[in-house]
Design a protein. Structure first.
Ligand code: FB9
Length: 520
């Protein structure tokens, strides 16, 4: 097999305007594969040894049926010759089929009738020739002409468009467009390619060989190698933005690296009754092994038990038996509020006593819920809390507004709601300028004294808190409408790789929009 490169360069060695008119015919004549010719030409072109001009050639190729017509004549001519042979009685369908074959009969008969070469005798249903002489088999001739055309150019000219269209309609021929190139000498043409060095190497410098080495031009257009590296999942990009916003607002992040909590911290410390429906396995993932937590602060445990059973701090409690067994159960936390309760407990029992604090958490929580397009059995909860003296509902509304303003939600509505561990509680709704609709943003409330008093927090300390999830803002931000596209084993890594940066535009001038009446 001749070496493709030298074959091409030699073919252009005849003179400065030597060209190879059609790379395809050149491949045929030099018995080389056209693709390898094109491949080599492309690389010769990058070194400017040749110049390529794309050209496309169109020509008809015959299909299988056409080949059989070229061999045995068109169906209609074969049928007609059978009919003519049958004379005036003509032929019934079965005889005709047996004489020329089923397919030929079907197509042939149709065209005979169309060309008025035959007619159907109503009475007998037989087909009778309407001509005595066999006309020329134009179809066969046209196909033969196409097949034996000397060149592609010749091929497309040997039948007129009308005939070609008819043959195409009969799916006897199809028009092929072949791409090839006219090859001519390039500015750095030479009969032999000198491999240009791509890099200046230490050896070249030491040997001085660089002086007579041809170097490849730098192609500053080429895209650099795509650098790999890590990609933050869109959820983590939104988390990073929320973190930044909450730290700007003076909040400190709570440690949320422990996904397994005890029922005590996840529910009991929040004064959520042990009979609360969320506490059964339909809603919560309980841990089989280790099924029970190791320990809880005993004195605090007693105070929580008392508050549930008998109340206190102005509350009558739940007057139900408080089961230690229930409290000690391990589970996958259902909310990061389980971490808030532990942080508030530490705040109340730290050396030097309580000091006002602002905490936030953003991490996974787990709920044994039925999964649908927007719900999985886990999501990333965002929670913020402020613990300080004499905080009011206004402080809560103001804080929540400040937060949502910073993620671009200006108009908020607060709707009274119920949470086992906050009273009063409010659902938060916001008008999303992009979605042009009110959307539920989350929940909020003042932690109940039944939760705070047993911790030992000073009487006039109030704790306001609110919560939302990362998933909805991320789906809105990245225009994702199915949670499985965003999270889980079906996620396409491309989406993560190409997910743009997350930036919440909080345009200043509009700062301090008022909370509107909750007309939700
Ligand atoms: O995230 C939610 N919605 C949301 C949030 C932001 C957002 O931003 C747009 C770009 C601008 C868009 C939408 N929700 C909370 C509301 C709904 O999606 C809701 O259907 C689903 N909720 C989850 C719980 O589902 C059972 C989101 C999750 C949620 C709800 C409440 C809390 C936390 C997460 C809470 C709380 C709380 C209350 C009081 C004290 C402490 C914590």
């Amino acid at each position: 097999m001749p070496d493709v490169e030298s074959t091409i360069l030699t073919a252009l060695s005849s003179g400065p305007d030597a060209t190879i008119p059609d790379s395809f015919t050149f491949a045929t004549t030099s018995n080389l594969d056209h693709n390898s010719i094109v491949g080599t030409c492309k690389s010769l072109q990058t070194d400017a040894y040749v110049t390529l001009t794309e050209r496309s050639t169109q020509f008809y190729v015959l299909g299988k049926e056409a080949e059989s017509i070229v061999k045995d004549g068109s169906q209609e001519i074969r049928v007609l010759s059978a009919l003519i042979a049958a004379g005036t009685d003509g032929l019934g369908m079965p005889e005709l089929q047996s004489s020329v074959g089923k397919d030929v009969c079907k197509i042939g008969m149709g065209n005979c009738l169309k060309n008025k070469w035959a007619k159907k005798d109503k009475a007998s249903g037989k087909l009778i020739a309407a001509v005595t002489e066999l006309p020329t088999d134009d179809v066969k001739e046209q196909l033969v002409a196409l097949k034996s055309a000397a060149s592609e150019e010749e091929n497309t000219k040997c039948v007129d468009d009308k005939a070609a269209a008819a043959l195409k309609r009969r799916k006897l021929i199809s028009l092929i467009t072949r791409k090839s190139y006219t090859i001519s000498r390039g500015p750095s043409y030479a009969p032999q390619r000198v491999k240009k060095a791509a890099d200046l190497t230490k050896e070249m410098l030491e040997s001085g060989k660089w002086k007579d080495t041809q170097f490849k031009e730098y192609n500053f257009q080429t895209l650099g190698e795509s650098v790999g590296g890590g990609y933050l999942h869109p959820l983590m990009k939104v988390r990073a933005e929320f973190r930044k916003i909450l730290m700007e607002m003076g909040f400190e992040e709570m440690p949320t690296n422990k996904w397994v909590e005890s029922s005590f911290w996840n529910f009991d410390s929040l004064f959520q009754p042990q009979s609360h429906p969320a506490r059964d396995a339909h809603d919560t993932f309980f841990i089989k092994e280790p099924a029970e937590t190791v320990s809880v602060p005993e004195e605090y445990y007693e105070r929580v038990k008392n508050m549930h059973e008998k109340g206190g701090s102005g509350s009558i409690g739940y007057r139900t038996v408080f089961e230690r067994k229930e409290a000690m159960k391990n589970l996958l936390r259902t909310h990061t509020t389980a971490v808030s309760s532990q942080m508030l407990y530490k705040l109340a029992n730290q050396p030097g006593g309580f000091k006002p604090a602002r905490y936030f958490s953003i991490d996974r929580v787990f709920r044994n819920e039925s999964m649908d397009a927007t719900h999985l059995c886990e999501f990333h909860q965002v929670e913020g809390l402020v613990a300080d003296y004499n905080l009011s509902l206004g402080d809560l509304i103001g804080t929540v507004e400040t937060f949502f303003h910073k993620i671009g939600i200006k108009r908020l509505r607060f709707k009274p709601a119920f949470n086992p561990y906050t009273e009063p509680s409010m659902e938060v709704f916001g008008y999303h300028p992009g979605l042009k609709k009110w959307t539920e943003l989350g929940n909020s409330g003042m932690f109940r004294p039944e939760m705070l008093a047993p911790m030992g927090l000073p009487k006039d300390v109030r704790v306001i808190a609110w919560g939302l999830a990362l998933e909805r803002p991320t789906m809105i931000m990245y225009n994702i409408n199915n949670i499985r596209t965003l999270f889980g084993h079906k996620v396409d890594m491309g989406m993560i790789k190409n997910a743009p940066i997350c930036r919440f535009e909080a345009d200043e001038e509009e700062e301090g929009g008022v909370a509107e009446e909750a007309k939700v």
